[in-house]
Write a protein that binds this ligand. Structure first.
Ligand SMILES: [Fe+2]
Length: 500
């Protein structure tokens, strides 16, 4: 086992730090500096603790490598160019490699030396003339990464996945599952959307190994397309559901019983405005707060049940399952409102927290017999990027981990790692002053029987050194196991996966 080399530069608390010790929020914003270098399997120096010899495998992460492109700062944090990160653990060392996803758009813009495409939240410079009727948007390939069917894919919910070489992280190309993701609805539909979207939150069924995913497609009709990919990597469209209105859906729940659950919030894109180039698609979103959120349940037989709950927006679900009495439990992180462009622009300008709204842990109970949805608080925490034990997808579970904060925390920033107990409503948290953590991936210890006998693996921006650390903490008590230093900072990203 490597020796302990303790150089702690941040102070960590397993409680709320004293308010007077908080640094200014602006000190954190260096986290989003663009990554300009790509490195090959660099050995990471150990800053604290010791690497567990039985932690062997690979952590992949995806997220924005850069928020600035040829001098232009994107208006929205979802627009940054995707960069895949790989951390290989052999029990003695961790080796790090990073590569931007070489999408067609990324290559073309680099070759031209200027921005050529509109993004979800950013128009081209040049106003109306430059943007009107330009409907080819950049595939940012920045949201997640999945390993399934012997393939590593970088995911983005607005378009096709990208196939990534496992060894080199080179981009092998756009991936349409042998044509399954080509739009075959009608000639006119194909002209509007030649390819179908494949979301960044697929779920793998715990018994069958089948990957379930969805795409929302807006062409002549608004459609929710459901996909299934066999463990061998063969994909099919399992069902297409026509929706009455436009919607926006980022994540869904797959239960072990085979129910697929979507929360369709009454937000809509003002398509004429976006088409005309007057605003980006994100800025053209119109929120209908007076309307309820639609809960769509597709049961194992494919029957679609439509229910309603109060207005709200759920980016991420924690987990969900069927109860012995047939009802469904869905845990999620609920926003009271949809985050508007002003809050996004504040964030991109370094005013982190200004106008931000935070999602809180809630539990929904869905009764298909009586057509009811009820909601209650799940824990006294706010959070995002939640994770659960990887073997408990779609099943009753006790613990979840995420970035977040206790509701009593004096600042709006998600600068804590939290562990919630879904059975008791309690939880624990850890705050490392001067740092900003990312999504904690749960890696069970080999042979573990307890649900929280696991490690949490996450990237954490360290403001004093302006670099990002890899943190390994104990999932049970959130104590430090090891901290290693990356050769540069990584902007706050989205999702990752562990391949054992
Ligand atoms: Fe997400």
């Amino acid at each position: 086992m490597p020796t302990v080399n303790s150089i702690p530069r941040s102070i960590h608390y397993l409680c709320d730090p004293p308010v007077q010790e908080y640094p200014a929020l602006r000190d954190y914003f260096q986290v989003n500096r663009a990554v300009t270098d790509e490195v090959d399997d660099v050995l990471l120096p150990l800053r604290e603790g010791a690497l567990p010899p039985d932690l062997i495998g690979t952590l992949f992460r995806n997220g924005n490598g850069r928020h600035v492109h040829h001098g232009i700062v994107y208006d929205h944090p979802f627009d940054g160019d995707g960069m895949v990160v790989r951390l290989r653990f052999d029990g003695q060392t961790v080796r790090y490699r990073n590569r931007y996803v070489q999408t067609d758009e990324f290559r073309a813009e680099n070759q031209a030396g200027r921005m050529l495409y509109r993004s979800f939240g950013t128009n081209l410079p040049g106003g109306l003339l430059a943007n009107a009727f330009r409907m080819q948007f950049k595939n940012a390939a920045n949201t997640s990464v999945v390993w399934h069917g012997d393939k590593l894919l970088a995911l983005w919910e607005g378009g096709l996945p990208h196939h990534i070489d496992l060894d080199t992280l080179a981009t092998l190309g756009r991936y349409d599952y042998d044509g399954v993701l080509q739009n075959s609805f009608s000639w006119l539909d194909r002209q509007i959307s030649p390819e179908l979207a494949f979301s960044a939150h697929p779920k793998i069924h715990p018994d069958t190994g089948v990957l379930h995913n969805f795409g929302t497609v807006a062409d002549t009709r608004q459609r929710l397309v459901l996909y299934e990919v066999s463990p061998a990597g063969k994909a099919r469209i399992s069902q297409t559901i026509e929706l009455a209105r436009m919607t926006f859906s980022h994540d869904f729940v797959l239960t072990r019983s085979g129910h697929r659950i979507f929360f369709l919030t009454p937000v809509a894109f003002d398509m004429p405005r976006a088409l005309a180039g007057l605003s980006s698609p994100a800025a053209s979103i119109r929120v209908n707060r007076a309307e309820p959120t639609q809960v769509l349940v597709i049961d194992p037989a494919g029957v679609v049940h439509t229910l309603e709950t109060d207005f709200g927006f759920v980016f991420h679900f924690v987990n969900g399952y069927q109860n012995p009495d047939g009802t469904l439990t869905v845990d999620g992180l609920l926003l009271d409102d949809y985050p508007d462009m002003a809050a996004m622009k504040n964030y991109m300008a370094g005013r982190m927290g200004d106008g931000a709204i935070n999602a809180r842990y809630v539990r929904y109970q869905i009764d298909l017999q009586n057509n009811t949805v009820t909601r209650q608080p799940l824990a006294e925490y706010e959070g995002e990027l939640p994770q659960h034990h990887p073997d408990l997808t779609g099943q009753p579970y006790r613990y979840a981990w995420s970035i977040g904060r206790p509701v009593t925390s004096p600042r709006p920033l998600f600068d804590h790692i939290v562990k919630i107990d879904a059975q008791t409503g309690g939880g624990q948290h850890r705050c490392d002053l001067n740092t900003v953590p990312g999504e904690p991936i749960v890696v069970p210890r080999p042979g573990a029987t307890a649900e929280d006998d696991a490690w949490l693996l996450y990237l954490c921006f360290d403001a004093p050194s302006r670099t990002t650390d890899l943190l390994i903490t104990d999932a049970a008590d959130l104590s430090t196991v090891a901290r290693l230093q990356l050769p540069h900072n990584i902007p706050l990203g989205f999702h990752g996966t562990w391949v054992g």
